[in-house]
Structure formats: C-alpha cells, structure tokens
Design a protein around this ligand. Structure first.
Ligand code: SF4
Length: 86
C-alpha cells in the first residue's frame, strides 16, 4: 500500500507532512526549487512505509491511503507516482 496526496492539497501546500515523514517520501519541500512550480505535494509510493504521520497533520485532510482515496480522487494515485517517475 501507499499513501496518496489528493488535489485537496492545491491552494495550501502546507508542507507539515514533509516535516513529519520519517523516510523523506514527500516532495517538493518548500526548500526545493520546483516548490513554486507545482500545485500540490506528492508522495513517492516506492518510499512510503505507511506510517500514517502525514495524514494526521494535514490541515486540508488531503491525504488518504491508496485503498481509501475517494472515487473522485482516484487519478491522484497515478499523479503522485508520476511525479517520481523517470
Ligand atoms: S504515510 Fe508515513 S512514510 Fe508514507 S508518506 Fe506519509 S509520513 Fe511518509
């Protein structure tokens, strides 16, 4: 499984999740060059260890497990993975 940041992050990019992730699986951080170029943050599905820390601190309630993503947010699963592809 993995966790997924949905489009509910757009307009916030709060980044509290970045600070609590124990495996640095959430990018870009506010320090990254591309932070201002993206609408939301993304979780690397290859690094996420399902600890649940990011979900609990997100003020937008934008983070779900892959299994509990709302139907209208299913495209976010691929969008998170795509950010880290290639
Ligand atoms: S569930 Fe844990 S490991 Fe996965 S992205 Fe969130 S904080 Fe990082």
């Amino acid at each position: 499984m993995t966790y997924v940041i949905t489009t509910l992050c757009i307009g916030s990019k709060d980044a509290s999740c970045v600070e609590v992730c124990p495996v640095d699986a959430i990018h870009p951080s506010p320090e990254d060059d591309v932070y201002d170029e993206v609408e939301q943050l993304f979780i690397d599905p290859k690094l996420c260890i399902d600890c649940d820390a990011c979900r609990t601190v997100c003020p937008m309630e934008a983070i779900y497990t892959k299994a509990t993503v709302p139907p209208e947010q299913v495209p976010s699963i691929q969008q998170n993975a795509a950010f880290y592809a290639g």
